[in-house]
Design a binder for this molecule. Structure first.
Ligand SMILES: Nc1ncnc2c1ncn2[C@@H]1O[C@H](COP(=O)(O)OP(=O)(O)OP(=O)(O)O)[C@@H](O)[C@H]1O
Length: 850
């Protein structure tokens, strides 16, 4: 049977004449490991649809006393347990540590009042208690619990003294190997005379006083899981069967024993398997009621809700608000109808396999998620036996008037991930962050609820700050019976975390609950729908039987009948009664089988149901097999004889082989030290990128250098021209200083030794820098500068200190084409007519300057 092939929601069984069935009725293909045979959601009224899709952790149907979500009706007498005491404890002080109890109703005990849990709980609990002893003799999970049941007759109901407060148990884990090798002593003292008291020895936490706490129950390190179940969970499981929503969860730091307490081990089953056993034992021992059980399993990992039972891989689920304020719906959660303990165990195994666990520094198999295992329990008063077949069958008869109430409740068992500081793994740290955050929000919510119960003015409770508190909202806001097992480590190393756990436990004790039995008249409850369908199918089949027709009917009629019968049987098997739950128990070793006879125990492999002939055939086959095996043994013996004796050469061969392998290993090691190809490629790629970058930088530098070069050449050329001008100036100055002083009063030009600037157009080959003072043969001592016409520009001229020259010459002009101009200047007494001469020059050659 592959449950993965199915999908949640309704399934149509082929062959069933649906036209004969009510259109709103679900068509179900029942497979215990398939998702719950759910009616189509749209066909159900809101209550059933939402509860079937994903019922809230607790049903939120309340009477009109219900306060706003997030607000709890404070009641008296709830505070006291869990309060830190400073009294020195003595055996005689025991009574002072006990919980100040409200009115108590014991379902098993003699109190018998019908207040509190109510008369129905009392009678149901008595029935359960009476019935449980015979059911546990078959070596099932319940067996372990049953031992404890015997020795603690009234305890669960004693513990559930009031349904108004959380039942808080503190469990101390035994020291593990590492702790034993360090010191091995526990920081906790759990005195034998009082199992409500836990003490921290003086000075262990740095304080001077001895510290003591009182809780509903302290389980020391020698307590086994069976006792933990009886003291902390059994009352809640049975209350859930009676119609109360119940939540059991374990809280504590990582590796403190939460999963061990809830799941346990094969030799010491924990609260979950023991609860399941107890549920089935309860059904077996309640002949006056019929039950329908649906199981689901989800985990909350990194703030994501995952369906651990969804077909295929885990599916992510979303939360939404229900119709009633405070209701939380888990959309699309897979619920599997379960008929036997074995089926539940298979679901649990499937969930466990999918659950996120990982090794941390403290726990080799640490839960990395919060896990919620839920069973929705629907029950109704059983119908009277059907006279025609002589036995009562589910849906077989008519209900008595007024007996139409359906109880719908949810039992949720939650294994919280443990709080932790940090681990050496990055992934673990990321998970740890989410775990710690959600636990922190849980703590905050609990503390606000506690404040609210103490009538403090609390306006907001941060349920929405984490998915965990959102999931727990309906239960924490009071609509469920809650039991919390707080687990602590015995080690001094973990003391701070353990103290924080105890503080949390104290807060829990102050939260007020107001769980009520969920008993409603609901024709759309799943169990009711199944019963209606059973009744209709029975009627249809009976009608067909009585109808006169062709012998055995047509082929299609026969197919239809078979389909209807199959469907009827499936539905009947889903509705659990004291009768069919025993007959459906699997024969597996872990089921609730009857004890085996000594002969069967001696020959467990023998099939006692086989005929003599079959057994003789088996015997013959076995004898042949034995003969074959003897031959094989003989052959192997012979081979053994022939095996090589030359061990030394074999050893030498092997040594050689080892040497060869060592060489290969050394080679590998050498290669390992080299950078891998990928690293080399990365380096090369990086290097190439750098080269390209440098090349582009070089190119831009080259361009820049070229520009610089051009600039330099331009500047050099300009400089050269300036030097030429400067040289001219120098020369003029020196020529002037060498010459005689100018005297304006000189009479003739021939007497004058004035330097004359001559622009000569006749010597085009001379460059500007070629000029030099030369003695003019015609004009003795008269210096002549010859400049090439083309080299002197107006700009150059403008740079010459003409004013200075004018000072020296008295006057300076342009335009004279011949040395005679100077002569004429001189003949005019050294007075040079600037305007006239310039105009002449401009008319002549524009470039000609001096
Ligand atoms: N009461 C106990 N008796 C014997 N062994 C225990 C007990 N409690 C815990 N252990 C062992 O201690 C180890 C850690 O326990 P467990 O895994 O239950 O811790 P945890 O609180 O669930 O941790 P985490 O939060 O990391 O999942 C396991 O090997 C478990 O078997």
């Amino acid at each position: 049977m592959d449950h993965r092939s199915a999908t949640p929601g309704g399934h149509q069984t082929p062959g069933i004449p649906t036209s004969k069935l009510s259109s709103r009725r679900p068509q179900i293909s029942v497979n215990p490991l398939r998702p719950a045979p759910a009616p189509p959601l749209s066909s159900l009224p809101s209550h059933v649809a939402s509860s079937h899709r994903s019922p809230p952790l607790t049903s939120t149907s309340r009477d009109n006393q219900r306060p706003e979500p997030g607000h709890v009706l404070p009641k008296e007498g709830g505070v006291g347990v869990g309060t830190r005491l400073k009294i020195k404890s003595t055996p005689s002080a025991e009574s002072r540590y006990r919980t100040p109890l409200g009115p108590r109703t014991s379902a098993y005990g003699s109190q018998g009042a019908s207040s509190g849990l109510g008369g129905a709980v009392v009678s149901a609990a008595r029935r359960l208690h009476r019935a449980i002893t015979p059911s546990v003799s078959g070596g099932s999970w319940a067996e372990v619990g049953a031992l404890a049941v015997e020795e603690n007759l009234d305890e669960p109901w004693e513990m559930l003294k009031s349904n108004e407060t959380v039942l808080v148990t503190v469990r101390v884990r035994p020291p593990n190997q590492a702790e034993l090798s360090r010191d091995g002593t526990s920081v906790w003292d759990t005195p034998g005379y009082d199992d409500h008291l836990i003490k921290l020895a003086k000075g262990r936490d740095g304080g001077r006083d001895e510290r003591e706490w009182v809780f509903d129950r302290i389980l020391d390190s020698s307590t086994d899981n069976a006792r933990a179940y009886v003291t902390s969970a059994r009352a809640h499981v049975r209350s859930a069967m009676d119609g109360y929503n119940a939540v059991i969860f374990a809280y504590g730091q990582t590796a403190s024993g939460k999963t061990f307490t809830l799941s346990g081990s094969p030799s010491s089953p924990g609260i979950i398997p023991l609860s399941v056993s107890d549920l089935f034992a309860g059904i077996r021992s309640t002949p006056d009621r019929e039950f329908l059980l649906r199981a689901s399993y989800l985990e909350l990992y990194n703030e994501t809700i995952l369906d651990l039972l969804s077909p295929g891989t885990s599916k992510e689920l979303s939360l939404s608000e229900g119709k009633k304020k405070g209701d939380i719906i888990i959309n699309g959660l897979t619920e599997c109808a379960v008929r036997t303990e074995d089926e539940v165990k298979r679901l649990l195994r499937l969930g466990e396999e999918r659950r996120k666990v990982g090794g941390t520094d403290w726990n080799t198999r640490s839960s990395r998620s919060h896990c919620v295992f839920r069973i929705v329990i629907e029950s109704r008063a059983a119908r009277p036996s059907v006279p025609d077949d002589g036995s009562r069958t589910p849906g077989g008869g008519l209900l008595a008037a007024g007996d139409k109430m359906t109880r719908i409740s949810t039992l949720s068992i939650i294994d919280l991930a443990g709080s932790e500081k940090h681990t050496s793994s990055k992934e673990r740290n990321a998970e740890g962050k989410h775990i710690n955050q959600s636990l922190l929000t849980l703590k905050l919510v609990i503390s606000k609820l506690a404040d609210l119960a103490s009538k403090r003015n609390i306006t907001h409770i941060p349920y929405r700050d984490s998915k965990l508190t959102r999931l727990l909202q309906p239960s924490l806001s009071g609509d469920a019976l809650i039991s919390v097992i707080c687990t602590v480590s015995p080690s001094a190393v973990n003391l701070a975390e353990s103290l924080s756990t105890l503080a949390f436990a104290q807060g829990l004790k102050r939260v007020m609950l107001r769980a009520e039995k969920k008993e409603v008249v609901d024709p759309q409850a799943l169990i009711q729908q199944y019963q209606n369908e059973i009744a209709e199918l029975r009627a249809l089949l009976r009608e067909k039987e009585t109808n006169v027709g062709p012998p055995n009917g047509s082929r299609s009629d026969r197919t239809k009948n078979e389909a209807m019968e199959k469907r009827l049987n499936e539905l009947r098997s889903l509705i659990l009664t004291s009768n069919n739950v025993s007959t459906m128990e699997p024969s597996g070793s872990e089921g609730m089988a009857r004890p085996l006879s000594p002969t069967k125990l001696k020959y467990p492999k023998l099939d006692f149901d086989k005929s003599t002939t079959e057994l003789q055939e088996d015997l013959h086959a076995a004898q042949l097999k034995i003969a074959d095996q003897e031959d094989e043994i003989a052959r192997l013996g012979w081979e053994l004889e022939l095996r090589p004796r030359d061990v030394d050469s074999r050893v030498a061969d092997l040594q050689e082989e080892v040497a060869g392998l060592k060489l290969i290993a050394a080679d590998y090691e050498r290669h390992l030290r080299e950078p891998t190809r990928k690293v080399r490629e990365d380096v090369e790629r990086e290097f190439a990128a750098k080269v390209t970058k440098l090349e582009s930088q070089l190119e831009s530098k080259r361009i820049w250098a070229n520009r610089l070069d051009e600039n330099f050449r331009a500047v050099t050329a300009e400089n050269k021209e300036l030097q030429a001008v400067f040289q001219i100036m120098e020369w003029i100055n020196s020529a002037l200083s060498d010459g005689p002083s100018i005297s304006p009063s000189s009479s003739t030009s021939s007497n004058l030794n004035l330097p004359t600037l001559v622009v000569s157009q006749d010597i085009p080959s001379r460059r500007v820098d070629d000029f030099s003072p030369t003695a003019d043969s015609g004009l003795k001592r008269q210096s002549t500068i010859t400049l090439t016409n083309s080299k002197m520009t107006r700009a150059q001229l403008s740079m010459m200190d003409l004013a200075g020259l004018q000072d020296r010459f008295g006057s300076l002009g342009t335009g004279a084409r011949k040395p005679q101009a100077c002569t004429s200047m001189a003949s005019r007494g050294g007075v040079f007519d600037w305007d006239r001469e310039t105009a002449q020059m401009d008319e002549g050659d524009e470039d000609e300057v001096y």
